[in-house]
Structure formats: C-alpha cells, structure tokens
Design a protein around this ligand. Sequence first.
Ligand code: ADP
Length: 484
Amino acid sequence: METPLFARVLRRFNVAASEPGYAVVDPATGAQIASVPNTARAAVVRSAISAANTAKCASPKERAAMLAKWNSVLLQNLDDLAAIATLESGKPLREAKGEVAYAASYILYASHQALTTTGATIPSAHPKNKTRLWTVKSPVGVCGLITPWNFPLAMATRKIGPALAAGNACILKPAPETPLSALALRLLASDAGIPENLFQVLTADRENAKHVVGKELMLDPTVRKVSFTGSSPAGIALMEQASGTMKRVSMELGGNAPFIVFDDADIVRAVDGCFAAKFRNAGQTCISVNRVFVHEKVHDEFVAKLTEKVKGLKVGNGFDASVTVGPLINPAAVAKVNHLVQSSLDKGASLLYKADLTQAVAESGGYFYVPTILGNVTDSMPVFETEVFGPVVSISKFSAEDEVIQRANDTPFGLAGYFYSKDVSRVHRVSEALKVGMVGVNESAISTELAPFGGVKLSGVGREGSAQGIEEYLDTKGTTQDQD
Ligand code: ADP
C-alpha cells in the first residue's frame, strides 16, 4: 500500500530500528507496517503539555477558518486516509472511506460551532432590577484526548474538532494499534495551517500509553479536560486518576446494545438494521448490536431472513473490494470472541450459522473470526452479558413488551438501544423506557455529528457531537454586576 500520504507519514514519523519505536501491525496479515515513536519518558509528555499551554489561542473567526480548511484537506485526501485506516485497523476500504467523511463532518461542524456558540443574558434577580447577569464561555484549558482503534480517524476528530473550536489546545494519544491515522491527521492539520502546539499527537505502545502518556495527562494539573473513548474499566481507571486535579471528564465507554424486534415490526427493515449495526467494522463498534430480542411470533421469519443475508458476507483483507468483514484488531480479540461463543454454546446456546474461512484467508496470518449466529441465548450467557466486539449475532425470544424492556435494561451498560415497531404509542413508550443514551427506532444508523453521542450508567458521562459536544470543552462563567 503506497499512497503519497502514507509515504509522507513514514518519512516524517517512521522510526529507525536503532531508535525507541514500536511496531504497527496489519491485522489482515500479522505483518509489520511501520515503526512509530514510543513515548517512554514523562518529560516528553510534560513538555508537550507546556507547549499546549502556551499555544496562541486564535480568534473564533480564525478557528472557524482553520477548521473549515482542515475539513477540505481531509476530504481531498479521503482515499489516502482511508487506505491508512484500512491498513492498520483492518476495516474494509469502503467502510474506511465512509469513516473519513464521517471524521471530516465533525471538523466542519466544529468550524460552525466556533462562530455560533454563545453565552446568555439572564433576567435580573434583584427586586428593583438593579443587577445585570450574564454568562461568558471560555476555553477550559489544555485537553488530553485518548482514543480507541475501531474508528482511528473519527474518534479523534470528534474530540479535536470541538476542543479547537472552543479555543483550547489539545494532545491526542491514539490507540497503540492505530497511530498512523492520527499521525496522518496531524500532517494534514499542518497542511491546513493548524499550528503544531495547538494539536499534538503522542504515540506509545500499550505499556507507555498507560504508564507514561496516559498517566501524565491524567495527573498534570495543567491539563484541565480529559476526553476518553474506550473500555469501561479503562475509563474508570482514568477518571480516578483525573479526579486528583478535578479535571472535566467525558467518557464514552462500552455498551451492550439491545436490538428488539416487536411482532408489529417491518421484518425486512429490522433484518437490514440488525445486519448493518452488527457487521459494521466486523462488530467492533461500541454501538454494535449485542443482544437481539425477537418476538416469538416473528422469530423464525427474522432468523431465516437474517441468516440468508449473513451468508452473503465475505471475510478477508479489507483492501479486497468484495470483502465485507475484515479481521479483528489483534489475536487477543479473536481469542475473546471465541471464548464468549464457546462458553455460551457450552451453556446451551444453539449454533444457527457459522461461516467458513477460505483457505487463502485462513493462511493469511490475519486475525479473522467468521460471521456466526447463535440462537436460544439466555440472559446469563457470556455473549449476552459481555460486549462481544465481533461478528456474532446472539438471538433470544420474548413474548411481552414489559418483559423485554426489563431484560434490555438488565445490564450495567447503557449506550445504544434499538427497536423495530410500527405502533406509535409503543415507539414513545419503549424509547423512553430504555435506559440508554441513544435509541434507534426503525433505524440502526444513529451516529452523526448532528446528534448527541454518549451513554448512561457504565457507558459513560458527557456527550459528543451536536450542540452539546462543544460545551464539554468550555467553562461557563456567570457574572453579576450592580447597576448603581
Ligand atoms: P482495548 O482493550 O480495546 O485496547 P482500551 O479501553 O483498553 O480498549 O483502550 C482504548 C484506549 O485507551 C487506547 O488508546 C489505550 O491505549 C488507552 N488506555 C487504556 N487504558 C489506559 C490507561 N490506564 N491510561 C491511559 N490510556 C489508557
């Protein structure tokens, strides 16, 4: 894979064998793609924080222009950026192209927010109307951003965009598995005129990510805001560390999304929705369907139609245009999915479908798991209790609305939930009853820069995207003035 952008990233960031770097691996082959800087010293992180702290804050108009330019540059480089994301994350190239457009949309949206976010004037509380009250919004301060590997571009821009739009400088620590996408974002930010100290990237392997970069970002009092997307245990650990200096925190963590098909649903739409929200990125998204509940009256029809569609999936290298399911991110991910499926089968789940790998894919050295459908799943089985993060559909029957709502909510997580029904009263009832941050009703494509993204319970705090997203990067100061 030799694109001009990838060549630029390597020229600028590839680390010679004699220097401290770490290997980035293509999950479709297991082969090394590059070696990138491994930030091993706290002093490097501290100096990045201090550079961020002295970065010149541009005016709102300048920020808007800078972000609009970056959006254009990202879209001009759509194909090259997508190729980098496919190379290091494994996702099919078509999905990676979609991710670039999605990632850029957060930057364009942020450019508008730089100009439109305002404070308020508030009615006087004084009996003779003698005080004036107003609010001023100011940048929160240096932001530490930590992102996962499943959307290596979009999870970063969803944070960087509003951080910069609000007038902050930020430091991004990308996932150890996918640093090249972040480094490419940094190069293209330079093309758009975004100063180096306003948006910095610190790459590190798993150990240094945690014990050096993550730790310093969490503990340094100059960092005033932390935004994290990743697993709930990691989010809890980071929140604990950040509490010592009382940083603002946004946490977008794991989910365990229910997908409910009522007996009055349009079954074809429900099948299409489940298929899309389950197999996108081989099931490695935090809003991926995890528990499918189908009303007993439509269960067999749903399963038959879904199985037909799943049989059409093709597993392989994301650069092959006919491939629809790429590899999982690493061997540990394959082992985890394997374990969850096997232990659920041992507890009585039925194997309704399991695809085969072609010999070429089986011998590729990549980290593949085949599309699988499990039936007769019960609430205490591992595939229902744990976020699978793989191409496995787990299905259970239900017979009553109350029962399924109770089961859907019976989890410590609350990120996304989906249901299909044509009954208007049920639509309102169920969407309000689901204890989640986002609901898809007869729709499974719920993620857009225009809508608030985030969860409740162990799925996190704060919202990204929408008008709310930028507020996480702003302090509101209330001012009262005596008019006399
Ligand atoms: P995964 O298990 O899929 O790698 P994680 O939640 O552990 O998911 O990782 C998501 C991101 O969080 C990555 O960038 C990872 O390096 C980072 N991360 C995980 N734990 C910590 C930690 N304790 N401190 C700093 N960063 C962390």
